[in-house]
Design a protein around this ligand. Structure first.
Ligand SMILES: NC(=O)c1ccc[n+]([C@@H]2O[C@H](COP(=O)([O-])OP(=O)(O)OC[C@H]3O[C@@H](n4cnc5c(N)ncnc54)[C@H](OP(=O)(O)O)[C@@H]3O)[C@@H](O)[C@H]2O)c1
Length: 320
């Protein structure tokens, strides 16, 4: 099966699929089924992270397909992410090595700083560890210092490209100013209710692509991220109207709009039928008027919330 969707070209000359598979919250078996279904459907770009706990499952299937001669390593593009507890410059290489080992690969195509906030690895557990008194175990590490250590991963061949995730425009500006390698992408919440127009333009200024997460409104996100007063993106009447008109699903309309904006997308599904459905977005076009009407749905609404408890962090990104 040939690759689905177009390549975009990063400023560093590397071609990368604009369309890929998200894998957050896929359990081990779900994840393997999803990656197999996606490879069979023509997906060649897979978004993973140390924090998702499923790098080994993704790597297992990729290696299985390579061994079976169905794909070559250079046909697939794997993203992983450095978690907050490895953001001290002295720990960055260790964080990357753990991901490489779990994936069972010699290099990672795209390695992102998962967010801008470094944390101590205390015994509290949890994604953002706490101190014994329950306060966030914040580490004052500047994004440009983590970035300098990530640049070394490119120079020693462990990763092909580096980027960031959940960074503000100011933080992107700062690492560009201090660094010698620019990020290729900033992966952020981005969908029809959270257009990220200012951040999109701020990144574009540096030839940094935006990658959208939550493109479908992340209907499966955990309760702790949810505000039940928020509207459901795939239920938006205008999106449903366009779906009927184009004989597509609401999800396909939402994904198509992001593709036409030039944004990289990584919709997640662990259901083979929906994995295929999400890829069937390259045989129709939204008109300029329809694109404008979708743009008008923007509410600057963070469906994932703003992690207010972390506002005390010196590199908290969501003040704006
Ligand atoms: N950098 C970050 O901080 C960050 C944060 C969040 C996410 N991400 C990445 O971005 C990816 C995508 O974000 P996301 O998973 O939060 O949200 P999403 O892609 O907007 O939505 C995924 C959810 O939608 C369902 N779904 C998928 N296709 C569908 C369709 N055609 N119709 C109806 N429902 C459908 C999925 O359920 P089924 O699986 O049952 O189909 C899943 O519950 C993640 O998986 C992850 O790789 C990154």
């Amino acid at each position: 099966m040939a690759m689905i969707g177009p390549f975009i070209t990063f400023y560093n000359g590397i071609k990368f699929p604009q369309f890929g598979l998200g894998t957050w919250q896929s359990t081990k078996e779900e994840c393997k089924t999803a990656v197999r279904a996606a490879l069979d459907a023509g997906y060649r770009h897979f978004d993973s992270a140390f924090a998702y706990g499923n790098e080994a499952d993704i790597g297992e299937v990729i290696n299985e397909y390579i061994k079976a001669g169905k794909i070559k390593r250079e046909d697939v593009f794997i993203t992983s992410k450095l978690w907050s507890t490895f953001m001290e410059p002295s720990k960055v290489a260790e964080g990357c090595d753990i991901s490489l080992k779990a994936l069972g690969l010699d290099y990672i195509d795209l390695y992102l700083a998962h967010n801008s906030m470094a944390f101590k690895n205390t015994s509290s557990g949890g994604a953002f560890p706490t101190n014994p008194d329950g306060t966030p175990a914040v580490l004052d590490v500047k994004v440009q210092d983590t970035w300098a250590a990530m640049e070394k991963l490119v120079k020693n061949g462990k990763v092909k490209s580096i980027g960031v995730s959940n960074y503000s425009a100011e933080q992107v500006d700062r690492i560009v100013k201090h660094g010698t390698i620019k990020p290729v992408t900033n992966q952020v919440e981005c969908h029809a209710y959270m257009r990220q127009e200012e951040l999109f333009n701020a990144c574009k200024k540096h030839n940094v692509y935006l990658t959208s997460y939550g493109s479908l409104g992340s209907p499966g996100r955990p309760e702790s991220f949810r505000d039940n007063s928020h509207p459901v993106l795939m239920e938006e009447p205008f999106i449903k109207q366009l779906a009927t008109k184009h004989k597509k699903s609401p999800g396909q309309i939402l994904l198509r709009e992001l593709i036409q904006r030039g944004i990289i997308i990584i919709p997640k599904s662990s259901n083979p039928k929906r994995i295929k459905e999400n890829s069937e977005i390259f045989d129709f076009q939204l008109s300029p008027a329809e694109m404008k009407q979708i743009a008008d749905l923007d509410k600057k609404l963070r469906l994932f919330g703003s992690f207010d408890i972390l506002k005390c962090h010196p590199e908290y990104p969501f003040h704006a």
